[in-house]
Design a protein around this ligand. Sequence first.
Ligand code: GTP
Length: 604
Amino acid sequence: FPVEDIRNFSIIAHVDHGKSTLADRLLELTGTIDKTKNNKQVLDKLQVERERGITVKAQTASLFYNFEGKRYLLNLIDTPGHVDFSYEVSRSLSACQGVLLVVDANEGIQAQTVANFFLAFEAQLSVIPVINKIDLKNADPKRVEKQIEKVFDIPGDECIKISAKLGTNVESVLQAVIERIPPPKVYRKNPLRALVFDSTFDQYRGVIANIALFDGVVSKGDKIVSAHTKKTYEVNEVGILNPNEQSTHKLYAGQVGFLIAGMKDVTEAQIGDTLHLHNHPVEPLPGFKSAKPMVFAGVYPVDQSEYNTLKSAIGKLTLNDSSVTVHRDSSLALGAGWRLGFLGLLHMEVFNQRLEQEYNASVILTTPTVPYKAVLSSAKLIKEYKEKEITVINPAQFPDKSKVTEYLEPVVLGTVITPDEYTGKIIALCQARRAVQKNMIFIDQNRVMLKYLFPLNEIVVDFYDSLKSLSSGYASFDYEDAGYQAAELVKMDILLNGNFVEELVTIVHKEKAYSVGKNICERLKDSLPRQLFEIAIQAVIGSKVIARETVKAYRKNVLAKCYGGDITRKMKLLKRQTEGKKKLRKIGNIEVPKDAFIKVLKTQ
Ligand code: GTP
């Protein structure tokens, strides 16, 4: 294929605006998939993706299309739609020259539309606005056109109005791809330079890397090197995605396809890596970074006997997702487990759901935390820790104030788009989350776009749910990484009758210490069984008690129900009680059942 007949493009959209439906139609129109089959969202391969209707892993397809007597190769690069994966989105976009920006004709521009547009804009791509779902009764494409003009500065007459569901006007989308998106700028005579923009693991064939060729040619049998790991491999198979892998033995600059080269796990083919020929090193493509987890949570088997099963399930899932970090961890209450790092909350939920669905694992997931930093105060400490700034992902390792000049917390720039009537409530919610307003504009007569700088920690647990419920589901939210800011953080301990409970140490912002402490004490009170003596539950910072609850004494008489009679029944009951106790953890002389910890530690 001559380079000038190739187009590489992506579809970007807010959740549910119809990206997958449009992709299916494009695949059908180009004969890539059969129209008669029930092609519901062919590109969303994972079960969770289908269930939740969200795209998690990028999938890609090469389409062949005849237009005005010429045959074109259109590579559709499917990007993940969610903020958690914004690095993956921007890597996939760097394999493209243009995007279709899909906006729902009824809902209009939403937070993710804005975030995705700016990723494409920064990558200097041609943007083709597509207004979808014009068949809907409440569709108002004219209004959406105006929003697009106002927010993105794109002339309204460039919008293509379609119904992906019914197929209306979809052909003009393909024509716009050919006419408005430039062919890739590549050099086939130069030595190979290929971008890895996605990778998946196949049980039988190992790692399958999705690549975009910027320069040169790659053929079966070539020796290639990863610029990131410097490891050398022999190419076993290359080809195009149609949408399933179809070997072609060669790929040329400008093309997009797959490559299999004996890589054992996805960490060997990380997104953003550059591949080149052995003995022909090239300047790596810019911007490679390893995935940076922003949310950490403990994962434990519900029953310790399932430890090995869970271990192998986590191992298999991480083979497919190099962005999850895994550290072994253990908790006195929950036993042996792991501390996993995720790109964001959705990523964490999807991972958890895949563990349960695909591997049948039952897990306890603890409340997520964010990576805080502590700037060390003396040369001696820096030498001891071998770093100036230490990142704390486990609250138990939070360094004392005396060792630190300042603490830092991760922050994100959040975008909220909402109907005007909810603005007041949303501003109040953002303020309660310690967020600072950066911008506020009307995108049409009754829709507002708000920008806030949020401490990440304030949005990881339930911000999204609160936002949705106070706006009756109408507000949308998206965010991007915005680095770190200084924060007054404190370490809060929980004591039971004066005994320190290791698993409940929490890092909190000074302003939030009281409410967080109170909440933990209340949850503990509700889940601790009464015992022979009174139990004082205290939340403590340093030596200062900031919250307290009391569990009254109570004698649980297991024999009370037995009316004297049957001795074997009594014995059985006593035995059962002692067995039950094995699952308890003793803190001082207080017996705390595992369940109580789970109730306090778990995400609601
Ligand atoms: P994510 O994968 O979550 O990003 O969603 P998506 O953007 O891929 O949306 P998807 O294609 O899954 O469509 C979301 C819903 O909108 C589905 O129920 C579709 O059937 C519906 N839908 C898509 N296009 C149209 C359309 O043109 N008209 C109507 N009425 N519904 C549509």
